[in-house]
Design a protein. Structure first.
Length: 238
């Protein structure tokens, strides 16, 4: 890969900014200044900008506890995005895996691993997504049955079987719900069809990845190698 592209991808600035740094001798490769932006670099080489080492990692995986009020997009003119919550200097090829509504909180994976994103989002793979929700209305066994059987929410087909657990039933109920798809406003539309309204929604898990509850809303951390392996289905049997 060209040195200037590598530095751009790693979030070191725009193409022209990094070219300038290179030409001014601020960038070293294995300890020696490289003055040509088109110079080819290899993974594993030690590259420094102004003395700071830039570690090349092909893939990066972040877990974010998404707060309410920001949207799942790379950029937006109107609202803050989840990407603005990651470090200021970040690589430019990261994207959120799927979308949570602006008012939904909880687990969001952000990565540049397109293959994994596709597997987690594709309806073909039926990856479970579990949410905690507070519901206006009394959730009953009938709702559990309706969620299990699939609901008509105005799509071509009814929703796939979903698992609904009642944590507390009353005028305002608390539930855990697991769906295998990710249709627009899916859980809100399912409850609306079933005669209730979602007051609060938080994603707890996606496949094997579970929200780290020590992350406050708006906080993030890198995934551990075990979490990455498990998501990729390479978890070793114990
Ligand atoms: N279902 C919804 O209605 N909203 C979300 O953000 C996620 C699932």
């Amino acid at each position: 890969m060209r040195l200037d592209k590598f530095l751009c991808d790693m979030g070191m600035g725009t193409r022209s900014q990094v070219k300038q740094k290179i030409r001014k001798g601020q960038v070293t490769l294995e300890g020696a200044a490289v003055l040509r932006p088109e110079f080819k670099v290899e993974p594993g080489q030690q590259i420094c900008v102004d003395g700071e080492s830039i570690l090349y990692q092909e893939m990066e995986y972040y877990m974010l506890n998404k707060p309410a009020g920001c949207i799942c997009a790379r950029t937006d003119r109107q609202f803050p995005t989840v990407m603005e919550l990651l470090p200021a200097r970040k690589r430019t090829d990261l994207s959120p895996v799927g979308r949570l509504d602006k008012d939904t909180e909880g687990l969001l994976l952000i990565t540049n691993d397109g293959q994994l994103s596709h597997r987690l989002l594709s309806p073909r793979y039926h990856v479970d997504k579990t949410y905690y929700a507070r519901i206006q209305g009394c959730v009953t066994k009938d709702h559990i049955k309706a969620f299990e059987e699939g609901l008509e929410i105005g799509e071509d087909r009814p929703t796939l079987p979903a698992r609904l657990e009642i944590l507390e039933a009353g005028e305002c109920s608390q539930v855990r719900v697991t769906i295998q798809e990710g249709k627009y406003h899916q859980i809100k539309r399912m409850f609306h069809t079933a005669g209730c309204e979602v007051l609060y929604l938080k994603r707890l898990s996606m496949g094997s990845l579970v929200l780290d509850e020590s992350l406050k809303p708006g906080a993030y951390r890198l995934l551990t190698q075990e979490e990455i392996d498990a998501l990729k289905g390479r978890a070793e049997e114990t």
